[in-house]
Design a protein around this ligand. Sequence first.
Ligand code: ATP
Ligand code: MG
Length: 222
Amino acid sequence: MTTTAEPLIEVRDLRHDIAGRCVMAAPAFTALRGEHTLLLGPSGSGKTTLINVITGLITPSSGEVKIDGTVMSALPAAQRDQLRRRTIGVVFQTLRLIGALSVRQNLALAQTLALGRNDSALIDRLIAQVGLTHRADARPRELSQGEGQRAAIARALCAQPALVVADEPTSALDDANAVAMADLLLETAEATGATLLIATHDNRLRERFSRTFTLAAPGVSA
Ligand SMILES: Nc1ncnc2c1ncn2[C@@H]1O[C@H](COP(=O)(O)OP(=O)(O)OP(=O)(O)O)[C@@H](O)[C@H]1O
Ligand SMILES: [Mg+2]
């Protein structure tokens, strides 16, 4: 992995409460530009919540997240959306593909929102790399869970973002596809200098990542 000393993600004293209960606590975490990290922790420890905070989808109860030097939570919602679209490719745990659009159209829309233009050669290449060329015109509801996950991975990569954040991106994949998708994420990140943060329980990914960050379940001392 090629890193620079420049931090792309900086988390400090982060905590999120829902209905008076702490659901995620991350005292400190930094990822440098080009660094690849697995986000670990038991179910319910707050991995998805942390990803939602890092990507600016929710505002933390306290603490701070800086993305590429900008404090995410200090931005008005519209600028936060813009920073996410331009800088971050997200693979959501629940995929969030747009149901009315085909796989190819989902990628094209994400690319247009991020870059203001389409690179259809890159879209076709990514669709081929995730093995969905024959399903490119299918709607998300017509895909298997694993095909949907592969489409979501391709969408996260289609604007060549500086940061790729993926929440359990291989949970529905067989061994061959899980390894292929991990390699695609790593190789793409390597080629573009992107930072990777991947939340997972998947032991198949462990051997491919040397760096891990483990969230302790809030209220459980480490
Ligand atoms: N909208 C919500 N309302 C109430 N509690 C919530 C809400 N969202 C998350 N939680 C709680 O916050 C805690 C952390 O949830 P989160 O989804 O971040 O965990 P996770 O580490 O991603 O788990 P998993 O590995 O199962 O995906 C859990 O106890 C969950 O029940
Ligand atoms: Mg989760």
